[in-house]
Design a binder for this molecule. Structure first.
Ligand SMILES: [Fe+2]
Length: 229
C-alpha cells in the first residue's frame, strides 16, 4: 500500500490544493495528516473542509488544540495572532471537527504497525522530535509507541531516520515549510518496500501571502512563506 503523509497545513489552502492535485496523480491508497490543519495562514475553514473530504485521518496538532481551547501561552506573537484570527473566522461545525481529532492514530498494514502523531509518543501534542535527535531518544519513543514506523509533524522539517529496523518519518510542512525550501512538503511511504519518497511542490505563494496581509495577519507570516522559514 502507498500511504501519503502530510502535515502542518496551517490554513494554507493554496499549498494544500496543489499537494492534493499531486496526490491524485500519484494515485496513493490513503492520505493521513499529522496535525496542525489550522493556524498562521488565512483559510482555516477551507482547509478543514478539504481535510474532511480528502483525508483518511488526521491527528490533533498544537494549533488545532489552541484554536479549540484559546490557550496560547506557549506561542510567539505570530502564533497567537494566527489562533485569534482562526477562532474568529471558523464555524461551530469546524470547531466540532477539530474537537473530534484524536492525538494519535495506529495503522496495521503489511505486518507493519504505524503510529501517527503530531508531537511525540511522550507528549503527543507538544513535544518536538527533531531530525537530529539521538538514536537512543528515538528508540525510547519507538518503545513507548510500540510501533515499527513512527510518523510525526510539528517541526515543519522533513525527516527520515532508520535505527534497528525502526523507521522515523516527518513529511515536513504543506503550508509553512521551515527547512529553507519554500515548496510544500509531503511524503509517500510504500508499506511493502518500506521506502519513503519525499516530494516538494510549488504553489502560488503570492496569493497565499496576499491573503495573509489582506486579512490583517502579521506581515512576517507572509514573508516567511517566500523564505521557507
Ligand atoms: Fe505546526
Amino acid at each position: 500500500m502507498r500511504i501519503a503523509f502530510i502535515s502542518d497545513i496551517h490554513s494554507n489552502i493554496h499549498a494544500f490544493e496543489k499537494v492534493l492535485e499531486e496526490l491524485e496523480k500519484e494515485n496513493v491508497d490513503k492520505i493521513y495528516c499529522c496535525g496542525d490543519i489550522v493556524g498562521y495562514n488565512a483559510f482555516p475553514s477551507e482547509c478543514i473542509k478539504l481535510v474532511k473530504e480528502k483525508i483518511d485521518g488526521s491527528v490533533m496538532g498544537n494549533h488545532d488544540y489552541a484554536t479549540l481551547t484559546g490557550e496560547t501561552g506557549w506561542f510567539n506573537e505570530y502564533g497567537v495572532e494566527g489562533i485569534s484570527y482562526t477562532r474568529k473566522v471558523i464555524s461551530d461545525e469546524d470547531m466540532n471537527f477539530l474537537k473530534s481529532l484524536k492525538t494519535h492514530i495506529y495503522l496495521n498494514v503489511d505486518d507493519l504497525k504505524i503510529y501517527i502523531t503530531h508531537g511525540s509518543p511522550r507528549d503527543e501534542i507538544f513535544e518536538y522530535v527533531f531530525p537530529d535527535s539521538s538514536d537512543d531518544f528515538l528508540l525510547v519513543l519507538a518503545d513507548i509507541a510500540k510501533a515499527d514506523v513512527l510518523v510525526f509533524g510539528h517541526t515543519h522539517l522533513p525527516m527520515e531516520r532508520r535505527i534497528k529496523r525502526k523507521i522515523f518519518l516527518n513529511p515536513g510542512s504543506v503550508g509553512q515549510p521551515r527547512d529553507g525550501n519554500p515548496k510544500a512538503s509531503f511524503l509517500i511511504f510504500d508499506t511493502r518496500s518500506k521506502e519513503a519518497c519525499f516530494k516538494r511542490i510549488e504553489y502560488d505563494i503570492d496569493d497565499a501571502a496576499k491573503a495573509i496581509i489582506d486579512n490583517g495577519l502579521p506581515r512576517f507570516l507572509a514573508q516567511r512563506l517566500y523564505l521557507g522559514i
